[in-house]
Design a protein around this ligand. Structure first.
Ligand SMILES: Cc1ncc(COP(=O)(O)O)c(C=O)c1O
Length: 464
């Protein structure tokens, strides 16, 4: 498709540095210009309709154009468009939202710190862990362990927690100093040894984690961070017994567990939080995305009282808690968050998602026998299909991502937005999607897969 001079696409190329985009390809193809959206459908500037199969970036749980959320933002702007939380100031919507979050999360007693993005939430987590260990007299206990392919954001600290080469390459990340480590990717299908059961695989990974902690020195390892289900790393569902075994190691060495619920939180995995689905007992939780259904940028770090109390106790010695953002607890974002959580409850959105999950997973599972597919995986209303060159040897395509890109193009041509993570096709639709729309989503994907197979065969990309 040629880019018309003077068009919005051409002006985009002239004016924007795009996040998470292959800039060279983008300069040739130009952007997909999205114009408006309603419910689970988006429309481009030509009026073409797309079913939203990834809820934006795993975030718009209530779909688009929700009147109540628009009204909540409007009313809040009229009443109190901005107020800070610095220096002992506060406001009602902030308090109400913090109370609501505390009541929902699987932490017994906690406090809520507001930010604006998943990345800053995880930076806050790092700073809290360091601050906490300083004030309780363990200044050497500072290392934080993430996982290969984990995604926790892109700022300097959260990007260091992230375990994706793309997030590190060229950016001098992880930060130097040896404080950011990565342990194994818990991907059973790809990484299990021959004959190893899921439970044995989980045991091996927990043993590896223990060895890493011992090698580094338990008195230097402060925390472990994990997404209950990895999202941007390719929708990796934890193998059976994995978290129970990992948590036992963390407890043994007094290592805090940071639960990154930025994707899994708020009904995505079939229960309110990923921690509920996988029986996690975290020390702190990161929330963002579906906290406002992405109608406003808002994040929350929920930290257990034990950590908060230690920080409180140290305040005479340390002075003011010197962390926070201009927009921490922005009242408009909090008002929208509060309304979002009210809608989740009132409209039983988590229950709706849990009810649709078997249909969603069953439609995904149908691809298990497709000639392009190595593995189908998922839980609740998130899932993925991994495309491979050889189903039997699991050999990936070379180069990785070429077939995923073609499949994504075919999805979009057929009116479906999803995500290609390399050659992994990821799905995470708005939770308000209906049963008929789940079928519509996969009917469109059927067509995209048929076209991709034809193309891959034509290119000789599949193993004989
Ligand atoms: C699990 C997880 N944590 C953190 C982040 C970072 O959030 P943000 O992009 O809002 O900074 C993401 C973003 O996708 C995520 O999936």
């Amino acid at each position: 498709m040629s880019i018309q001079p003077g068009s919005m696409a051409a002006r985009d190329l002239d004016s924007m540095l795009h996040p998470q985009t292959h800039l060279g390809q983008h300069s040739k193809t130009g952007p997909m210009m999205l114009k408006r959206a309603e419910g689970v459908y988006m429309y481009d500037d030509q009026g073409k309709q797309y079913l939203e199969g990834l809820a934006g970036l795993w975030c718009t749980s209530l779909g688009y154009g929700n009147e109540e959320l628009a009204r909540a933002a409007y009313d809040q702007i009229k009443e109190l468009s901005y107020a800070q939380l610095f220096s002992s100031k506060s406001h009602e919507v902030g308090v109400l939202l913090a109370e609501k979050i505390k009541a929902m999360v699987p932490l017994h007693k906690s406090k809520v710190f507001f930010g604006n993005s998943g990345s800053d939430a995880n930076d806050t987590q790092v700073k809290l862990v360091w601050y906490y260990n300083n004030v309780i007299g363990r200044p050497q206990k500072k290392k934080i362990i993430g996982r290969v392919k984990g995604y926790h954001g892109i700022t300097l600290a959260s990007g260091s927690l992230t375990g994706l080469p793309m997030s590190h390459k060229g950016f001098d990340l992880p930060l130097a100093g040896g404080r950011f480590l990565h342990t194994d990717l818990p991907h059973y299908w790809r990484n299990a040894q021959p004959g190893e059961s899921e439970e044995q695989f989980a045991t091996r990974l927990a043993d590896n984690l223990e060895q890493l902690i011992l090698k580094e020195g338990p008195d230097t390892v402060a925390a472990f961070i994990a997404e209950p289900v990895m999202g941007a790393g390719g929708v990796i569902v934890p193998p059976k017994t994995y978290f129970a075994k990992i948590q036992a190691v963390l407890n043994k060495y007094d290592v805090l567990f940071i639960d990154d619920e930025v994707i899994c939180g708020f009904g995505r995995t079939g229960k309110p939080f990923g921690a509920d689905t996988y029986d996690l007992r975290p020390d702190s939780i990161s929330l963002a995305k579906a906290l406002t259904s992405a109608y406003q940028p808002l994040s929350a770090v929920v930290v257990k009282d034990e950590i908060f109390d230690a920080i409180l106790k140290a305040s005479d010695e340390m002075g003011p808690f010197g962390h926070g953002f201009t927009y921490s607890g922005h009242p408009v974002a909090c008002a929208v968050g509060l309304k979002t959580l009210e809608i989740y409850e009132r409209d039983k959105i988590f229950e709706h998602a849990a009810k649709l999950a078997p249909q969603f997973q069953a439609r995904l599972a149908r691809y298990a026998d497709h000639p392009l597919v190595g593995e189908v995986r998922g839980v609740g209303m998130v899932g993925a299909v991994e495309l491979v060159a050889n189903r039997h040897t699991k050999a990936a395509f070379d180069p990785i991502g070429k077939v995923g890109a073609e499949c994504l193009k075919n999805c979009q041509d057929n009116g479906l937005i999803c995500r290609a993570i390399g050659d992994v096709m990821a799905f995470c639709p708005p939770l308000i999607i209906t049963s008929a729309q789940v079928d519509e989503l996969f009917d469109k994907f059927d067509k995209a897969m048929a076209l991709t197979l034809e193309w891959a065969n034509g290119q000789g990309l599949l193993a004989a």
